[in-house]
Ligand binder design. Structure first.
Ligand SMILES: [Zn+2]
Length: 278
């Protein structure tokens, strides 16, 4: 039997996988791809529930969100979820080497053919997202160099890397229905880029799995206001939930041609032969 393809995500917070690229992950997991998610923080600065009646203390929030990620991963059919404990909200300030080493170790252990990470603008400018994307790219490069820290595992070449971005019309839609979020975006140092269709590298149609994406979002119980907001926006702007979009980091960096399958270019080759060539 052919070895299954492996897809890895390297993101910042325990709900990035689900809210961001959950539809894509469900689709590939359904198909038999082994999907592994690496989350760099436990999101411990996030929402704890109604300030009057918090559902968890600040000290317990990180562990609870890691558990929510595990449950959400189970609902999406992921093969594993790993949640590191770098500081939420301050990832950019952590020594790059330390984070990169952890990612290299993870990549060499799980050997993904395709990796998804945050885009250069972190979706909407979130500094942790921007930092996660940068560290992921550095780690992917180092993981493939044989002489680089052999103690972290045998070197591994990721075949394709995609960066999750928020489509320009998606951001416009959010601005329209959520003024508060639009104002928050304005406070961030990195502004979202205008990812118009002609600049995209891949668009994954998630309409068939959207109900399951929403079900997985609901596993993030501590983030209820967030997912409520998202689900409500679906009623107002239905196409918000129709696809997840990416730019391609490599090979053929940038945008077009627009792919509709992150594994399309690899399907002719068996993953086993890819591994042997690595
Ligand atoms: Zn996030």
């Amino acid at each position: 039997m052919k070895d299954p393809f492996v897809l890895g995500t390297i993101l910042a917070h325990p709900d990035d996988e689900t809210f961001g690229v959950g539809g894509t992950l469900i689709k590939y997991a359904d198909e038999g791809v082994r999907v592994h998610s690496l989350c760099l923080t436990q999101g411990d600065q996030g929402w704890m529930g109604d300030p009057e009646r918090p559902i968890v203390t600040r000290e317990r929030l990180g562990a609870m969100r890691a558990a929510e990620l595990a449950e959400s991963g189970r609902r999406m059919g992921l093969a594993s979820t790993t949640c590191l404990t770098y500081p939420d909200g301050a990832l950019a300030g952590v020594s790059g080497d330390e984070v990169v080493r952890d990612i290299v170790r993870w990549l060499r252990r799980l050997r993904p053919d395709v990796v998804i990470t945050w885009g250069p603008d972190g979706g909407y400018g979130h500094p942790d997202h921007v930092a996660a994307g940068e560290r992921a790219l550095k780690a992917i490069e180092l993981a493939g160099i044989q002489r680089h820290e052999p103690a972290l595992g045998a070197h591994w070449h990721v075949r394709r890397c995609y960066r999750f971005v928020a489509a320009a019309d998606f951001v416009d839609g959010i601005r329209e229905i959520n003024k508060q979020f639009a104002d928050y975006m304005e406070t961030l140092a990195v502004k979202p880029e205008r990812w118009t269709r002609d600049r995209l590298g891949a668009a994954i149609d998630i309409r068939e799995v959207v109900e399951r994406k929403i079900d997985a979002m609901k596993a993030h119980a501590t983030q209820e206001p967030d997912y409520r907001e998202w689900i409500a926006s679906r009623e107002k702007i239905p196409w918000l939930f129709s696809e997840e979009v990416f730019i391609r980091e490599f090979p053929d960096a940038g945008g077009p041609p627009l792919e509709t399958d992150l594994f399309g270019a690899l399907r002719g080759m068996s993953p086993g032969s890819l591994a042997k060539r690595a």
